[in-house]
Design a protein around this ligand. Structure first.
Ligand code: ZN
Length: 354
């Protein structure tokens, strides 16, 4: 791309974007013109080349995250890669550089956000600010990193939030060790497919839940040692039989209400469950004696730290973790892309190309 093209975009006052003006169904997603954002001090202007979808995008539109106040009209999109167009402040990054965004923005106050686990004040890019379903974003300079050269823009938009979350869950919180058994719910989704790769990298024995036999081979190709079809098999019995009656050391949870009882039942004594989402509902029922009799640990997780993002980026750059792209759609087809995510037929990440 000639340098002149950057200059042209830099002074464009408006840009194409997908946005919604009020919460609601998929029909609320509009493709139209929005003002090009201006970088404040400490921010860069990035021309977006690809933006990965997350369930968060859908929850925001449906107003399920209504405790948060989000700017309207709202442009969703947390997983952004693109090209630096302008920088307002000091940075080692340069104009024209290809960058990937760390979507977890630390609170900037507490040591926990920097060192161990993000605090409650950590922000996800694209929630309280405008996200990446657009030609341009502005982002804090220190959230931007050089894009790995070995992968495309589309692939690079398929790893940040899911791999960061999966890494924080399995490494930062559950401390999954080599040769331990991990059971992964939601294995075909963006987060689950990332978890399989992280668990494989750690050398764990991986059992993954799948909803059809057709998916089993694909999930094994991602790194699962065994799969269980949860629509027809007794998952707890199957996990026990695959582990000589012992059960799993760690269960990776993001499904919630529907799976919670099976999750605790399949853990071995002193087992750990790590949970970072409740896609099937928040309210679970649990015989609490299960927890103390078998001395189980319940670990919550949310996004990850700056160091964890840098570790994940390093492993993606080295080719040790590989983003899995299900399908790419042009920006104007964001509705179709969200529909595909809602139908849950995808394996890996759905990405918008801009
Ligand atoms: Zn904090």
């Amino acid at each position: 791309m000639p340098f002149g093209a950057y200059i042209f975009h830099k002074f464009k006052k408006s840009m194409k974007a997908i946005f919604f003006e009020k919460p609601g169904g998929i029909e609320q997603l509009k493709f139209g013109i929005q003002p090009t954002p201006k970088p404040q001090l400490g921010e860069a202007l990035v021309r977006v080349r690809a933006c990965g979808l997350n369930r968060l995008d859908i929850w925001l539109r449906e107003d399920l995250e209504n405790a948060r106040s989000i700017p309207m009209p709202h442009i969703p999109g947390s997983d952004v890669v693109g090209i630096i167009e302008d920088i307002n402040g000091k940075s080692a990054l340069t104009f024209g550089q290809e960058v990937v965004l760390n979507p977890a923005i630390p609170c900037g106050i507490c040591p926990r956000c920097r060192e161990s686990a993000p605090c409650e004040l950590v922000k996800i890019f694209g929630v309280k600010n405008q996200g990446g379903y657009a030609e341009f974003i502005t982002a804090p300079i220190n959230q931007l990193y050089p894009k790995p050269k070995n992968i495309s823009f589309t692939e690079a938009a398929a790893f940040p939030l899911t791999f960061l979350t999966a890494w924080h869950m399995l490494v930062g919180r559950a401390d999954l060790k080599e040769k331990e058994t991990v059971f992964i719910w939601g294995a075909s989704g963006g987060l689950g497919s990332a978890a399989i790769q992280v668990a494989k990298y750690l050398g764990a024995y991986i059992i993954a839940a799948v909803k059809s036999d057709n998916l089993a081979n694909k999930i094994k190709m991602l790194g699962a040692d065994e799969t269980i079809n949860y629509t027809k098999d007794d998952v707890v019995e199957k996990v026990k039989s695959l582990t000589n009656g012992l059960g799993a050391d760690v269960v990776f949870e993001s499904v919630g209400a529907k799976t919670w009882n099976s999750t605790l039942a399949m853990l071995k004594p002193f087992g750990r469950v790590v949970i970072a989402g409740t896609t099937s509902g928040d309210m679970g029922n649990q015989d609490l004696s299960d927890i103390y009799v078998r001395q189980l640990s319940i670990l919550g997780a949310r996004m990850g730290t700056k160091q964890e993002f840098e570790k994940v980026l390093e492993l993606v750059t080295e080719g040790k973790l590989k983003p899995v792209v299900d399908n790419a759609f042009p920006l104007e087809q964001a509705s179709q892309a969200q529909k595909r995510m809602i139908e849950s037929k995808h394996i890996g990440k759905i990405v918008l190309e801009i």
